[in-house]
Ligand binder design. Structure first.
Ligand code: AMP
Length: 326
């Protein structure tokens, strides 16, 4: 049974920060990998874009090494137990709890029409987690409050109705680093803008990756040292290199005499890391029917677990057996 769960929302193209910080650790740890398409519907969305990004994300995860027959990897909306448990958990969550979520307040402030699903999104996320009986959810600071909500709801449900859910906790991702934006090392590499010069997208062609890395912002110190506070741009390049070649950033710092030399080697390593993933992606994308088959099969396998958990929850809540997920 996987002990961890990682979710990816199809709201942008995957980048190197996602690969090093979340995709690779999830595959190496045999975590549950969820392509969280329902979460992409909580804000104004373009249906064709969500569909395209869901396909791209799923294909990239498979290309990066996810194997649905080894650990669950599937599209959330293909497994109806997510929405069923979502409702059941809403009956164990208070309005005040949902309304207190910092991310809700921040995102709602930027929307003209706030979707109800934006408010209840943490309860859907709790369902995602509790459906798999996982103990740990590796998340960044922005998602910790949501995992704590899942934990509170699980504990409350178990106390009120009897042991039903494994109680999860948020843990730090196993990859310590946070990859920064190459053009602005004060901020993290994120998937907000498709044409971001400081973001290394996994499907960028080699010459684009190289160009972005050669133009990365550094500083005027002129010495290659690993000093994330004093030299964040150079430290970021060293962390990217460390993530690609599997060494420590401070050891790697000693190998370079100039920023130009460092950038050349980072570019070579990033291109070499992404080349096999891009090649597998191209093969898989050429056969969309086969990818859909893998995803359907992944969802089918995952349902033996998710059905059992929903059955348990329904039973504890007092619903009559013999209908719905039964
Ligand atoms: P997001 O793209 O923000 O939905 O994030 C998906 C996962 O990728 C998160 O759980 C993070 O752990 C990871 N991640 C996102 N951006 C970075 C980054 N710049 N550096 C390291 N990990 C990241």
């Amino acid at each position: 049974m996987p002990r961890r769960l990682s979710g990816f929302k199809p709201t942008g193209h995957l980048h190197l920060g996602n690969l090093l910080g979340a995709v690779r650790p999830a595959i190496e740890e045999d975590s549950v990998i969820l392509i969280a398409d329902l979460h992409a519907l909580t804000v104004t969305h373009d249906p064709a874009r969500v569909r395209g990004l869901t396909r791209e994300l799923a294909t990239l995860l498979l290309a990066a090494g996810a194997e649905p027959d080894r650990a669950p990897c599937y599209v959330q909306s293909h497994v109806p137990e997510h929405t069923e448990l979502h409702y059941l958990l809403e009956c164990a969550t208070s309005y005040g709890e949902a309304h207190r979520m910092i991310q809700f307040k921040e995102q709602a402030a930027t929307q003209e029409q706030v979707r109800l699903s934006l408010l209840t999104y943490p309860t859907l996320m709790a369902a995602d987690i509790l459906l798999h009986d996982v103990e740990e959810v590796p998340v960044g600071a922005d998602q910790t409050q949501h995992v704590e909500l899942a934990r509170d709801v699980a504990v409350r449900f178990n106390n009120r109705y009897g042991p039903t859910f494994t109680v999860p906790k948020a843990v730090n991702p196993s990859f310590g680093g946070r990859i920064r934006n190459l053009s602005d090392p004060a901020g993290k590499m994120g998937k907000t803008n498709d044409r971001e010069a400081g973001v290394l997208f996994l499907l960028d062609p080699p010459e684009v990756l190289r160009q972005k890395i050669m133009r990365a912002v550094t500083d005027t110190v002129g010495e290659v040292r690993y000093d994330p506070q004093g030299q964040p741009g150079v430290a970021n390049l060293l962390e990217i290199l460390a993530g690609c070649v599997g060494d420590s950033p401070s050891t790697l710092a000693g190998l370079f005499r100039s920023y130009g030399e460092l950038k050349e080697v980072v570019a070579d390593s990033v291109v070499a890391t992404l080349r096999p993933i891009q090649a597998r992606y191209a093969d898989l994308a050429a056969e969309p029917g086969a990818v859909e088959g893998i995803l359907r099969d992944g969802a089918r396998r995952a349902r033996s677990q998710t059905r059992a958990v929903v059955r348990r929850a329904r039973d504890r809540l007092g619903l009559l057996p013999g209908t719905g997920a039964e």
